[in-house]
Every structure is written in structure tokens, then in C-alpha cells.
Write a protein that binds this ligand. Structure first.
Ligand code: URA
Length: 188
């Protein structure tokens, strides 16, 4: 894709010049690395998670732990490789003990996610779990009521589904997640 290099440059500028060595919220005090996101800058499919965990904080890459392995199975189920898609999170720094994101942290960090979306311009976004879904869909509803629908948002289409970490704890929810993935596949 010939727009890939230009998008890559814009993403690098966002990472280095705008985010830099970010100290905008309290999470900077205990993080090891900023997990910006990675993938194909010309991706048609973008996946948005919650926040880095311990493995991601260590390696500086999104979804490289156990939840990441399940996410890869989900991506492959709709016919993609990891290298085809772009993966980012609502928060770019790990919350201590993987606690939930706090609203001041989301307020400081989400502008960078929106900039990533506007650079990549994916055809469809999969919002993984409550925090990504509520942010991207500008809603306070539960993930179980937001999932299983296609939303037309100003920046593209969105499908919300359960977070892979939740699916690891509640595998009985996997059939519902696979229904959501079928919706995505139909659009792509
Ligand atoms: N969980 C997330 O939400 N994001 C990651 O990058 C890893 C685990």
C-alpha cells in the first residue's frame, strides 16, 4: 500500500514528538516503557485494547502476553495475520497491578489513540472490552450490551467485543466473541 510509508512517518512523529517521554499522568512514575501500539500503518482492521500489562510494559509492545495469544487466535479466525492489522490500547502505560484505567488517565491519553485512528483510517475497529468500547462508542453501557452490533462512527465502523483477558477467565463467553468476529468478517 503506497500510503503506508506516509502513515508510518506520521505515527513515528506522534510517538516521538508528541508523546515523547510522557509525564502527563501519574502512570509514568511506575511504567518501564510506553506501549504506543504497532502493526501495519495501512491496516484495514485496527484492534483497541485497554492498557499494557506486565509483559507489554516489559517488552514495549501491545498484546504480547497470554491475552495476546488469544487475540492472535481471534485475528486469525477472521483471516488476518498479526502483521496485517494495527493494535493499540486506550492507555499507553501500565496501570499498577493491572488495575482499571482511571478517568483522568483516559482523558490525558485518549487523544493519542484518536490521532492513531485518524492516521491509520481503518475500515473497521474492534474495541476490546469495556474501556475501549465505552471510549470509542462514547457510551457508558456495559460491554455485553454494546457488543454484537456494527456502529457507524465518524472515523469508521466499530464492533465491540469481550476483552481477551476476560475470555481467558470466562471461556464460556467465547462463542459470543466469535459471533462478533463474524460480523467483522462480513464487513471486510
Ligand atoms: N491487555 C490489553 O488491553 N492490552 C495489551 O496490550 C495487553 C493486554
Amino acid at each position: 500500500d503506497e500510503v503506508g510509508p506516509e502513515k508510518l512517518k506520521l505515527l513515528e512523529e506522534l510517538r516521538l514528538k508528541e508523546i515523547g517521554n510522557c509525564v502527563r499522568c501519574k502512570l509514568h512514575k511506575r511504567r518501564r516503557t510506553i506501549v504506543f501500539g504497532e502493526g501495519n500503518p495501512a491496516a484495514r482492521l485496527m484492534l483497541i485494547g485497554e492498557a499494557p500489562g506486565a509483559d507489554e510494559d516489559e517488552q514495549g509492545r501491545p498484546f504480547v502476553g497470554r491475552a495476546g495469544q488469544l487475540l492472535m487466535q481471534m485475528i486469525k479466525a477472521i483471516g488476518f495475520q498479526r502483521s496485517d492489522v494495527y493494535i493499540a490500547n486506550v492507555l499507553k502505560c501500565r496501570p499498577p497491578e493491572n488495575r482499571n484505567p482511571e478517568s483522568d488517565e483516559i482523558a490525558e491519553c485518549s487523544p493519542f489513540l484518536y490521532k492513531q485512528i485518524s492516521i491509520i483510517q481503518p475500515k473497521i475497529i474492534i474495541a476490546l472490552g469495556t474501556f475501549a468500547a465505552q471510549l470509542i462508542l462514547n457510551s457508558k453501557s456495559s460491554i455485553s450490551s454494546l457488543r454484537n452490533r456494527v456502529y457507524d462512527m465518524p472515523y469508521g465502523r466499530v464492533v465491540a467485543t469481550y476483552h481477551p483477558s476476560y475470555l481467558l477467565r470466562s471461556p464460556q463467553k467465547k462463542p459470543e466473541a466469535w459471533e462478533d468476529l463474524k460480523l467483522v468478517k462480513r464487513i471486510l
